[in-house]
Design a protein around this ligand. Structure first.
Ligand SMILES: NC(=O)c1ccc[n+]([C@@H]2O[C@H](COP(=O)([O-])OP(=O)(O)OC[C@H]3O[C@@H](n4cnc5c(N)ncnc54)[C@H](OP(=O)(O)O)[C@@H]3O)[C@@H](O)[C@H]2O)c1
Length: 200
């Protein structure tokens, strides 16, 4: 069983903690202000979710990254080497509306995250839903809420696909970072914000 960390405990990190907690999957979650500020969140998410430091959350086998775009690089600075561990990039290069998206020079946003998280195997996922939809039971209405994922490392994608399935979502592999991830990348990906459900 791979250990799981969540860097970022806001809308997306919190929703992911709720989903993991609902399945009794252990995870350590961290924000910038310290574990003591996360008591309410972990109480709500359930006993399998623990508050920790940034370093503790980032030390796990699979690390969800759920931080405001402008703060990601700083949040990753000074951490121990990734050594091929998996980072799930849940992020979008967005500022709070109505401000425009960040100009990332036409790159796939996950390629930018990959450059910041050197040595990690980055898989893009959990970024295309509004957080309110991620908080909901993914398999509550007779179907399974769809989650797209993309990445360049087949083994990392297989691990992320297994976790997506374990959480009750229907994962769809969109391919690599350069082409696949752009299909559900904010602001221009054609699949962004679609709340799709797979029936049957
Ligand atoms: N909101 C959505 O519906 C949505 C949907 C899809 C994707 N996204 C993407 O998901 C990412 C997170 O969005 P969000 O809405 O969850 O943002 P948010 O609610 O503002 O939460 C951001 C979290 O990042 C933490 N953080 C900031 N700097 C940190 C650091 N140095 N170390 C550890 N944690 C740090 C913050 O902790 P503190 O509060 O302690 O500073 C906070 O818990 C963004 O890239 C966003 O584009 C958001």
């Amino acid at each position: 069983m791979k250990s799981i960390g969540i860097l970022g405990a806001g809308h997306i990190g919190g929703a992911i903690a709720m989903r993991l907690g609902a399945k009794g999957i252990a995870a350590t979650i961290a924000n910038s202000r310290g574990p003591e500020t996360l008591a309410d969140l972990v109480a709500k998410a359930g006993p399998s979710i623990t508050a920790g430091t940034r370093e503790e959350a980032a030390s796990k086998d699979i690390v969800f990254l759920a931080i405001n775009w402008a703060k990601i690089e700083g949040a990753l600075t000074g951490l121990p080497p990734w050594n091929g561990r998996i980072v799930i990039d849940t992020n979008n290069p967005m500022q709070p509306p109505p401000l425009p998206a960040y100009d990332i020079g036409g790159r796939a946003s996950t390629a930018v995250v990959q450059a910041w998280a050197k040595g990690a195997r980055v898989v893009k996922a959990f970024n295309h839903h509004y957080y309110v939809n991620l908080e909901k039971e993914p398999d509550a209405e007779g179907g399974r809420r769809v989650l797209f994922f993309a990445g360049d490392d087949a083994h990392a994608k297989a691990d992320v696909a297994a976790l997506i399935d374990q959480l009750g979502f229907h994962g769809i592999d969109m391919g690599d970072v350069e082409r696949g991830s752009r299909t559900f990348q904010t602001p221009d990906g054609p699949l962004i914000a679609f709340d799709l459900v797979r029936f049957g």
